[in-house]
Design a protein around this ligand. Structure first.
Ligand code: NAP
Ligand code: ZN
Ligand code: ZN
Length: 361
């Protein structure tokens, strides 16, 4: 059994006690950890966390895949829960409200991106929900694998009571990450869209693309996922190791939504785009991408990146999901089963998002 540790900071006025699961180093496993968060200030909302989704980003961060990780780390940025306390100046929320928190908890609020409502592209850097530095204090932020969180009300989302709360959690990252670029490119009827990788992001991409009226193809390395892909709303399924199937989709798609988490050959997939088709890069493998000029320039294709979405757009996505009855397909797990969930995620065996039941913490 892992030892319960306590953070160096003492419980004092100005903090609240929290408990969660943390990793002490890139090589360490997650284990129970007691720590403090800032007590809610006048503009803050305190949330009792009910469920938290497990994103592949959590694994990248834990392993320090990108060389930017800070430990101890409490991952988790697909958070849903209930408001237990609001600061004196909070106007949008009250005790008992169902709410969500995604990948960011603050931004500079003055740059062009923030002024455009695209806090995720803040020129001064958004504050990540975990592994971020709080503005002002520089304190490291801790995420949703925990019993509570304190967040400025402007970064808290309203969650509908109509949908099962545990299946809403993944919308806070996997949902908005796939919704946002589809809205940006106005993907809909008449578009041929391929979703590359059927995991957490991929299955949400399929649901949204189908809901927006596009013709949807899943490009998967796992042949056994075909029935699930179709059930989720895909019209076609291609096994990317099957040469015959791959040949048939040459120059076929207007968009490819790439959600693959590990190194893969972009040039191979570029050939599946029509002239001037767009590869939307959502996955964040540890290794840099290697684009060849030929498949890119000779067909005038476009490669674009995208990360989560702004706060207003995240609310729009949650409202769209409530109106259209869209949630994630999840496997609900106990906190102690996190290690098996990570093992399965590494083997591309996710159906299609693990969500932690925080009552088991
Ligand atoms: P996930 O649930 O583990 O799904 C990834 C899927 O990619 C797998 O299920 C698998 O699907 C496919 N895959 C994995 N390795 C592959 C390989 N070597 N070649 C081909 N396909 C492979 O992960 P996720 O949570 O959806 O996250 C996916 C990626 O997006 C991660 O890198 C994550 O950090 C990133 N991400 C980015 C944002 C953003 O804002 N841009 C937000 C969240 C996450 P098949 O079995 O169908 O092949
Ligand atoms: Zn995520
Ligand atoms: Zn900004």
């Amino acid at each position: 059994m892992p030892q319960v540790q306590t953070s160096a900071a003492s419980t004092a006025i100005g903090t609240i006690p929290s408990k969660g699961y943390a990793a002490g180093a890139a090589s360490a496993q997650l284990a129970p950890w007691n720590f403090e968060r800032r007590a809610p200030g006048p503009h803050d909302v305190q949330i009792d966390i009910r469920y938290c989704g497990i994103c592949h980003t959590d694994l990248h961060f834990l392993r320090n895949d990108w060389g930017i990780s800070v430990y101890p780390m409490v991952p988790g940025h697909e958070i849903v829960g209930v408001v237990t306390h609001v600061g004196d100046h909070v106007h949008k929320f009250k005790e008992g409200d169902l709410v969500g928190v995604g990948c960011m908890v603050e931004s500079c609020r003055v740059c062009d991106s923030c002024n455009n409502g695209e806090q995720q592209y803040c020129h001064n850097g958004m504050t990540l929900t975990y592994n971020g530095a709080e503005k002002g204090t520089g304190n490291i932020t801790y995420g949703g694998y925990s019993n509570n969180i304190v967040v400025n009300e402007d970064f808290v989302l309203r969650v509908s009571e109509k949908l099962p709360l545990e299946a809403v959690a993944p919308l806070l990252c996997a949902g908005i990450t796939t919704y946002s670029p589809m809205r940006r490119f106005k993907i809909g009827k008449g578009d041929k869209v391929a979703v590359l990788g059927l995991g957490g992001l991929g299955h949400m991409a399929v649901k949204f693309a189908a809901s927006f009226g596009a013709d949807v193809t899943v490009l998967s390395s796992s042949s056994h996922k075909e029935a699930d892909a179709k059930r989720l709303g895909a019209h076609n399924f291609v096994v990317t190791t099957n040469e015959e199937q791959v040949k048939k989709v040459a120059k076929k798609f207007d968009y490819i939504i790439d959600t693959v988490s590990s190194k893969h050959n972009d040039n191979f997939y570029l050939e599946m785009l029509k002239s001037k088709g767009t590869l939307i890069c959502l996955g964040v493998p540890a290794e840099p991408r290697e684009l060849h000029w030929y498949p890119l320039q000779f067909q005038g294709r476009v490669v674009v990146g995208s990360i989560i979405g702004g706060i207003a757009e995240t609310q729009e996505m949650l409202d769209y999901c409530a109106a259209n009855n869209i949630t994630a397909d999840i496997e609900l797990i106990a906190m102690r089963d996190i290690h098996q969930a990570y093992d399965r995620m590494e083997k591309s065996d996710v159906k299609y998002r693990f969500v932690i039941d925080m009552a088991t913490l």
